[in-house]
Each structure stands twice: as C-alpha cells, then as structure tokens.
Design a protein around this ligand. Sequence first.
Ligand code: EPZ
Length: 418
Amino acid sequence: MDKFIVEGGNPLRGEISIKPAKNALLPCMAASLLTGGKVTLSETSNLMDIDSMCRLLQHLGVAIGGRPGGALSFDASEIGTFDAPYDLVRKMRASVLVLGPLLARFGKAKVSLPGGCAIGARPVDLHIKALQALGAEIDVDNGYIIARARELTGAPVFFDKVTVGGTENILMAAVLARGTTTISNAAKEPEIADLGNLLISMGARIEGLGSDTITVEGVNELHGATHSPIPDRIECGTILAAIAITGGEAVIKNADPHHLEAYILKLKEMGADIVAGEKQITVRSTCALRSADIMTAPFPGFPTDLQAQFMALLTQAEGSGTVREEIFETRFMHVPELQRLGADIRLEGNLAVVRGMTPLKAAPVMASDLRASASLIIAALVAKGRTEVNRIYHLDRGYEHFEERLSALGASIERIRG
Ligand code: EPZ
C-alpha cells in the first residue's frame, strides 16, 4: 500500500489549475447509459473512482474510448447486462447512479446495495422511493435492488431529505419518463446542474436546475452529446486550505468561486486574503488566522466534503472554533489522527471543538476516507518533522496526483510505493 511522507514547514506558493469535478463526472458517465448515441466528456480526471465507474459501465456493455485524465467517450448502443454486481458497487457508492438510467431506457436493472462506509450508514431508500413514485416496481432482495418498469410515468417527487445522488438518479430516470416530473426539495449542488446541462444537450427538457424544484418533461429518446465538466470545487477548497495553513500565496486557475461562496467567506472571516475573479481565485495568507465556527449543510451551505480539511486549518488558528457535521453520522474519523499530530480537539456528538494554534508534530497517521486523507496531509504540511500518511489509496479515489500538485507549489511530499 502506498504512503506519503510529508515534511512540514514550506509555505505553498505559485499557480495551480483545478481538475474536472469527480462528483460531476461520475453522474455524467452514468448518464451515457440513457442513449445509444456517443457521449463525450471533453476533459476528465485520472482518479480511481473514474476507473471504477469505467469498469462498471464496461461490465454493462458500454464501449469506452479515450483515457481517464483526458477526453472519454461512451457508447452504450449495445448493453449486454443490466446487473451491477456487489464487487463493483462496494468499491464505489456512486455506482448506484446506473439504477435510474438503466431503468428509464431498458425498463430493468439489478444493482447491488452499496452498504455502509467510513462516514456513515448512507442508505439509498430515498432513491428507491423516488423511482417508485415514477411507477417502478422495486424489490430489495439478497442485497440487491431489483427494479422493473414497463414504462416510467412522470409524477411529483418530494425528497424528505436533500440528497445529491437521489436527485441525480431521479433526474436521469425522469428525462425518459412519459409526462412531467416535478422534483421538490431537490439538491442544488453545482454537480446536479452540470449533469442537467449534459442531459439538456442530449435532448432532455429540464427546468429549474440550481433551484430546489426541478421540472422534467420526459422525451422519447436522447441523443449523443459532448460536454465539458465543471471544475472540482472540493479539490479547489482543499488546495485553498493547504495554502492558507502554510501561510502561502497562490493563484488558483480554472476555479469557480461561485461554487465555494460559503467556504471562501469562512476563510476570509479567519483572516485569509482571498480575491475571487471570474474563473480564478487568488489567495494570500501571511498573517495569523483567527478561529471560526462552521456547520455543514447542503449547497449553498458549507460543504461536508471540506469539513475535515477545514478542521485541520482550525488547529492553526487563534482561539477556539467549532465544527458541526450535519450531513453524515460518523464523519469525524480524521479527529483521532489529527490528535496524534498534537491537535487539541474535543468531540461532543456531531460537534467538534478545536482549540487552535497548537504546534503539530510529525507522527504516523492513517487515512480513513477520501477527505480525511486530505485533512491529514494539510495538517502534515505544518507539522514539525516527517509525517507518514498511510492508506492513501483513499486519497487517490478523488485527487489526481495530489503529491505532484502540492510539490509544484513547494510542498515537501513524497509517495512511497508499497
Ligand atoms: C454525494 O454523496 C457526494 N458523492 C459526496 O461526496 C458528498 O459528501 C454528498 O453528496 C453530500 O454532499 C458524489 O457525488 C459521488 P447524499 P451522496 O445522498 O449522493 C442521506 C466525496 O467525498 N440519505 O446527498 O451519497 C445520507 O445518508 C463524497 O466526494 C438517505 O438517508 O450523498 C446522508 O446523510 C463523499 N437516504 C444525506 O442523506 C438516501 O436514499 C446526504 O447524502 C440518500 C441519502
């Protein structure tokens, strides 16, 4: 298993360009199942999760051209099976996104239940309920979701809780359903709008993207399209935290600051000097940071996917700050590892109280999930000595060559293959 050795103390400086968003690419790849035409994503990221989705689509019979990291094209004209097996789904929960498209185009799908993961139980009951509202017959048997529908029919869908994947699944099902679907309490994440824009360019009729009510007028069929995905706001936020904690200064290109407003406001409140342009962000963090309080929330709130990275930053800010996790049950697995580096963090249920400005000292630590890995690396960038970050395969799921990108900004970070 690969690990990183990070030597703390270097301020990050320079220029970096953000990669395409993992969480936009994955649903867009699943959307290729909705048509026999060719769907091309003009840019992708070279990530383990993208490989996993390619493997699942290939298993279903999709012909894939190009390579992760460059353009990728998907031809789902000949689908051989409608079965997403446990072995493929358990590696990546977003695999459940093939359910809506398979059901909508072929009237059948068998998709393994994804199971829990390090950040919580993460059920898919809301996906199932929404598809049932469109007329799908769904059984859950032997760990599989078995779905059938002679024809999906548009209907009102109300999500009891905001769900990103649930909104994406129902959106992809509704575009080929007969009649009108209204999705209420829909997720407003930029990745949903990105998927919706791809679907529109494939011939779908969708209104209300970016709001909590999305209306879809079903069409008989969709055609191929070429789509350029949005930049990864979570990669951008992670790099912002890395620059800020080291007292660095950099220009982040190919970024969309509108996707990170709540996060950027918090960094500014802490004293970081941030200038948001149209497609770039300039950050300078040369004076001491002050603590702040955050609470995660669905978009446009503070993203749960940046909570762990922000907590690392709070360990180096003056005063006490609080982090309340409102989306996932157990998304504090990074806390004991940050404590190993010397962080002063107290947990009270879903609240973490971080007392700042504690000097961090190198120690071996272990990554437990994707964003927790990023948090540990951010902390290691200012820890005294050489921190060993183990199990970085979690990081490789969602950050392309993270060590090379941080090294280019001046960090001392090395991958040890093992
Ligand atoms: C997406 O996961 C992202 N993944 C996650 O990013 C992100 O943390 C999350 O949205 C929240 O922003 C992708 O886009 C591939 P949800 P998703 O459905 O869709 C509960 C990362 O680090 N819920 O919005 O699975 C659920 O348990 C990852 O890149 C139900 O109860 O998240 C959670 O508490 C991790 N029943 C809340 O809703 C359901 O049927 C929000 O989950 C569905 C969800």
